[in-house]
Design a protein around this ligand. Structure first.
Ligand code: PLP
Length: 443
């Protein structure tokens, strides 16, 4: 190969010289060089093996180098690497069929994109054209992607720098009992008040001006807040009442992450549009998309849909999706993720919460877990500020890595989001490492 002579040191040197990284000040970067990956593990430049409890950016749902996905990509590459989006091909047709068999309700048509942000951009465009309205409501504490409109509907600090020309984007609070905006003390109260808050926002914005409500079925990067029972169905009812399109962003929560094929299933939610990416093909080749209801699809039967991408439904990406979804079905991967959540994560992390002063709350489902680190359990003051970092959180992460486990970190939270194929033993080991890391960092 053209790459065999590149030592890890040379890779690092070239990276620092020529690669411009996402969401970062470039000067102080010191990226880990990944030299090998297999299953739930990665290896760094020093040959240290780490349990990958990030799934990279929460996308390697079937782990690294899964042989069935690797073969599917190799076979597709040997047979037909690429075609233009206007032509049909086996990989794209079959991927769309398989995705449709798992999406809720009548979301049976798929518009393929390159990733999650553009899926959300297109979902909003479809909603606007379908309703003839402009506004989009979305939650604070959300992430919808890095392109202009997607970052404007995002509700985290990454939006601030681009918060101009965001015509018609409005934010509201979703339910989050641990940091309730509504002075609620129970999940039922939080649910009811969050729905009332949304109803008020709709009334104040003018229901006839609102094209869509976009929300993550379970907010991911923003903190894995599993919505209380009744919330998603309550949002559905508000949308029905006012003719608003409901867009479920399942880019992170979809394809088994929550222990269900889609997190919308939590509350029997059938959105009008569902966006996906990441887990659809374990992120082996960039792919995202919008699953479209029969009613919205019909809007574009006669009318031209004004949008497209050169690589919409790329055969290599779609072949990887077919292999991923087939493997998930054959190996009962979603059921395994659900069991990991119920039997290993839930009890193991509850124990950490009892034991450590810094663990304010643990929450999650399936292979989708957040640990809320606080200075003080009573005040719930975060161990790092909103939008920031702190030496204490950095030291928890460093102690985890030292012991062979890579967690996902956002502000004051550590997320454990391993491949869905991770074994119960590996999860137990990761929780033990976090336990020791918390002790060492607090020490
Ligand atoms: N939506 C959600 C919920 C996400 O988590 C992400 C990425 O993390 C995106 C959208 C954006 O996806 P992409 O980075 O593929 O554009």
């Amino acid at each position: 190969s053209d790459l065999v002579d590149l030592t890890p040191d040379r890779v690092h040197e070239l990276d620092r010289k020529h690669v411009f990284h996402s969401w970062s000040a470039q000067g102080a970067l010191n990226p880990m060089v990944i030299t090998k990956a297999e299953g739930s593990y990665i290896w760094d430049q020093d040959g240290q093996r780490l349990l990958d409890f990030t799934s990279q950016l929460v996308f390697t749902n079937l782990g690294h180098q899964h042989p069935r996905i690797v073969s599917a990509i190799q076979e597709q590459a040997a047979y037909l690497c690429t075609v233009a989006p206007q032509h049909a091909n086996a990989a794209r047709s079959e991927a769309a069929r398989l995705i449709s068999t798992h999406t809720p309700g009548d979301l049976d048509k798929v518009f393929f994109t390159n990733g999650g942000a553009d899926a959300n951009e297109h979902a909003i465009r479809m909603a606007r054209l379908h309703t003839g309205r402009i506004k989009v409501l979305s939650t604070y504490r959300s992430y919808h992607g890095g392109t202009h409109l997607a970052v404007n509907v995002t509700g985290d600090p990454r939006r601030w720098a681009s918060d101009h020309g965001a015509a018609g984007t409005v934010h509201f609070f979703g339910p989050f009992l641990y940091r309730s905006q509504f002075h609620a003390t129970t999940e039922a109260e939080e649910c009811e008040r969050a729905l009332q808050h949304l109803a008020n926002i709709i009334a104040m914005e003018g229901p006839q001006t609102i094209a869509a409500i976009m929300l993550e079925a379970i907010p991911g990067t923003a903190g894995i807040m599993v919505p209380p029972p009744g919330y998603l169905s309550g949002v559905r009812a508000l949308c029905d009442q006012h003719g608003i399109v409901l867009i479920a962003d399942e880019v992170m929560s979809g394809f088994g992450r929550s222990g269900r094929w889609f997190a919308s299933e939590l509350d029997g939610l059938v959105p009008d549009l569902l966006t996906f990416a990441k887990g659809v093909n374990s992120g082996y080749v960039p792919l995202g998309g919008v699953a479209i209801s029969a009613e919205i699809a019909a809007t574009f039967d006669e009318r031209v849909y004004p949008g497209g991408l050169t690589y919409s439904g790329h055969p290599l990406a779609c072949a990887a999706a077919v292999a991923t979804i087939r493997t998930m079905e054959d190996d009962r991967v979603v059921e395994h993720a659900a069991a990991l959540g119920d039997e290993v994560f839930a009890p193991g992390l509850a124990e950490l919460a009892r034991k450590h002063e810094w663990v304010g709350e643990v929450r999650g489902t399936g292979a989708f877990w957040a640990i809320e680190l606080v200075k003080d359990k009573a005040t719930r003051e975060p161990l790092a500020p909103y939008g920031g970092t702190s030496p204490a959180v950095n030291s928890v992460v460093a102690e985890c890595k030292k012991r062979g486990m890579l967690p996902f970190v956002n502000f004051n939270r550590v997320h454990l989001v391993p491949p869905l194929t991770t074994s119960a033993l590996e999860v137990t080991e990761a929780i033990e490492i976090l336990d020791e890391a918390l002790t060492a960092a607090a020490g």
